[in-house]
Write a protein that binds this ligand. Structure first.
Ligand code: SF4
Ligand code: SF4
Length: 401
């Protein structure tokens, strides 16, 4: 099937599921656009239901392409592409700043003081060519110490007063995600949370799989903490919505008018756990493909079957980010799920640069695994992820011998 007709088919399928069965002529389907804008918790912000993730971005024209198709939320970070992602977002949106929501992030480590964090924000504002960001996240939190640092809270208060940030947030996808989110909610540290969440982490989905094969959703407490956030008026944005993004593996099964990515997005967007979905946009083809799922109602049965096929193909070798059940299984303290996330960036996303950045940011890598003679992690994963095999492979990939 040719690219354009394939995408049109996806858009047509989306329209069919979202409304009381209008008959849509494929010839009439325009290039996909955002179909729905959603409130982000109690912030008063409204964002496109599918939003622009830019962890792999350095091309301003892609940002503009997405904006012209109705995307209004653009998410970046000081660390993405060494600042090039922020520069690309700032360049593309300079003339339409008041029409878009821009979010950025900083690591804000436990020992940092407010002046250092403010300097990081100033650097982001400069690259983004703006006086303020709508949302500023403490990035990839997996450690309560970073949230407990009073300098972060002080910094956000000052930045809010000075109008340099409009709202503050917490982003995370690590093994302590649930604990960190609960802490942030307890201490009113977040107006919005950006969390790894996909169909395979939704108990409603995994319940449907029980009759097919053994599969366990490995993130105890995640949907509960997301419900708690929403009840408090905290906005929830889902990321890592494709469960590893092995899109190319799924193409041969995408024959019923939708793609795997559209099905995965539709699952998150039609559920009750998140306001919006963020997805890394790496090309015009992908932007068209993803936006065809905007405004989605419940996934059709065939789409759920496609998601189930994906889990069957990858569930036993895919680490569910944020699960953390194996966290204490390594006596050397290797941060297993973080190591496997860096591997995912290389193997599944095929993005070596992002993988190297992610691995370099870990406080400890997997070098220890190469000489580990008694791998106590062997049976630690209820989903049978072969931890030692994958962590050793990761150490070799990143030269951590
Ligand atoms: S390897 Fe298994 S137990 Fe460990 S974080 Fe990943 S999915 Fe969870
Ligand atoms: S192989 Fe050894 S060092 Fe590596 S995670 Fe497993 S127990 Fe830890």
């Amino acid at each position: 099937m040719k690219r354009r007709s394939f995408l049109k088919l996806g858009a047509a399928a989306s329209a069919l599921y979202a409304s009381p069965r209008p008959r849509v002529s494929l010839a009439e389907v325009a290039a996909p656009r955002v179909q729905r804008y959603v409130p982000l918790g109690a912030t008063g912000l409204e964002v496109s239901d599918i939003s622009f993730g830019s962890s792999r971005l350095s091309d301003a024209s892609l940002v503009r392409y997405a904006y012209e198709r109705g995307v209004t939320y653009f998410d970046t970070a000081e660390s993405y592409r060494g600042g090039a992602s922020e520069t690309a977002v700032g360049t593309a949106l300079a003339g339409v700043r008041d029409k878009v929501i821009i979010a950025s992030k900083t690591k804000a480590r436990a020992g940092q003081d407010r002046r250092q964090i403010m300097a990081a924000l100033e650097g982001s504002l400069k690259r983004l060519r703006t006086d303020y960001v709508d949302l500023y996240y403490i990035h990839a939190v997996n450690d309560i110490d970073r949230l407990e640092n009073p300098e972060w809270a002080e910094f956000t208060e000052r930045a809010l007063e000075q109008g340099k940030i409009r709202f503050r947030g917490v982003s995370g996808h690590g093994s302590n995600l649930v604990k960190c989110l609960n802490y942030a909610l307890d201490h009113k540290l977040a107006d919005v949370v950006l969390v790894a969440f996909n169909f395979a982490q939704d108990p409603e989905f995994t319940e449907k799989l029980r009759h097919l094969f053994h599969y366990v959703a490995l993130q105890p407490g995640l949907v509960e903490v997301l419900a708690r956030a929403r009840a408090q008026g905290v906005g929830v944005i889902a990321m890592k919505t494709l469960m590893g993004a092995r899109l190319n593996d799924m193409r041969e099964f995408e024959s019923e008018g939708f793609t795997f990515a559209q099905a995965a997005l539709r699952w998150v967007l039609s559920g009750e756990h998140a306001d919006a979905a963020l997805i890394s946009m790496t090309g015009e083809f992908e932007i068209d493909e993803y936006l065809a799922a905007s405004g989605s109602a419940q996934p059709a049965q065939a789409e759920t079957r496609l998601l189930a096929r994906y889990v069957a193909m990858h569930g036993s070798n895919h680490c569910q980010q944020g699960c953390g059940i194996c966290v204490d299984s390594c006596s050397f303290g290797v941060p297993i799920s973080d190591v496997l996330r860096a591997r995912m960036y290389e193997v599944d996303y095929q993005d070596r640069r992002l993988a190297l950045e992610s691995y370099a940011n870990l406080e400890m890598g997997a070098g220890q695994c190469l000489s580990c003679s008694r791998p106590t992690c062997l049976d630690a994963c209820p989903n049978n992820v072969p931890i030692a095999v994958l962590t050793r492979d990761t150490a070799r990939r990143f030269g951590d011998a």
